[in-house]
Design a protein around this ligand. Structure first.
Ligand code: F3S
Length: 286
């Protein structure tokens, strides 16, 4: 390898960085600290926070009276938020403001009698939380599922619809869904709630993958935005590795590559990127 290119947008986004900072502030100030679910999709960071005293609770019922609780950047449902408050906990709400905005949009839609439609992965914590701020939401994974729900009548296009999209989804998916909605639905409001940080990261990764012989994508295996990055890179480059940390990197795959690009998902801290970069420089940079 002659050149290693590191994406400027690799690593922590604003929302994740804010949540980790808030967790550190909470751990410094409080004694009995909990997070509702793992704070971010990165095992190394979660392990580090555990070692500093953070306990991961699976639900509000596991939080003792009077503890301090951090809500992660993906957010939680209204019911969970209120259940945490009922424990008397000091709440550090690290829900990303961009996710919070989606909660407000869908809550307002329900209050106005509109049907909320969410484009995203139904089992992702962000989407599950969004569902918990509105009434009878319909989740569709992509344009073909959207078309199928319209065809089978689950989505009634004659009714007013409010459509939002999970922050880490792609612009392509949004455009495909938008086409169908414009064609089929008479009263739909569609909000582009894709996060700008995600779009920038994806655009840079696509461009890099087109111009590199090989790519490394660092990200948590449960992280949706990291998986999307990997898919984007695979569509433009034949030699792509998806790893969680430097230990998983197989540099032997890059011995014949002249240029290798490196990018990372929103939940990857700078120190992991630095370790991967170092290993690549040490083992394959000639
Ligand atoms: Fe927020 Fe965007 Fe990050 S929605 S958590 S800043 S990827």
């Amino acid at each position: 390898m002659r050149e290693l290119r590191v994406a400027k947008s690799a690593g922590f986004c604003f929302g994740v960085s804010r949540s980790v900072k808030m967790a550190e502030e909470m751990l410094a100030a409080e004694a009995n600290c909990y997070s509702l679910g793992e704070l971010i999709h990165n095992d190394d960071v979660v392990q580090h926070l555990r070692s500093e005293g953070l306990t991961v609770a699976d639900g509000p019922e596991q939080i003792p009276q009077g503890a301090s609780v951090i809500i992660r950047s993906h957010g939680v449902s209204r019911a969970e938020f209120e259940a945490v408050q009922r424990t008397g906990a000091t709440v550090y709400d690290a829900t990303c403001p961009k996710v919070k905005r989606i909660h407000e949009i869908v809550a307002e839609a329900s209050a106005d009698g509109r049907q909320p439609v969410i484009i995203g992965a139904a089992d992702h914590p962000e989407v599950r939380a969004i569902c918990g701020w509105c009434t009878s939401p319909i989740v569709v994974n992509d344009a073909s599922q959207l078309a199928a729900r319209i065809a089978d009548g689950t989505i009634d296009c004659a009714k007013p619809l409010t459509v939002v999209i999970q922050t880490t989804q792609t612009q392509e998916k949004l455009l495909e869904c938008q086409k169908i909605i414009k064609k089929e639905c008479t009263n739909a409001k569609l909000f582009d709630t894709i996060c700008g940080a995600t779009f920038t990261r994806q655009t840079e990764a696509a461009q890099m993958a087109r111009n590199c012989d090989a790519m490394v994508v660092v990200g948590g295996s449960h992280s949706a935005n990291s998986r999307h990055l990997y898919e984007i890179c695979c569509s433009a480059c034949a030699n792509v590795q998806f790893i969680e940390n430097a230990a998983q990197l197989d540099t032997s795959a890059f011995v014949h590559a002249d240029t290798v690009g490196l990018t990372a998902g929103a939940s990857v801290p700078a120190w992991i990127i630095k370790e991967v970069k170092q290993k690549m420089s040490d083992e394959i940079l000639t």
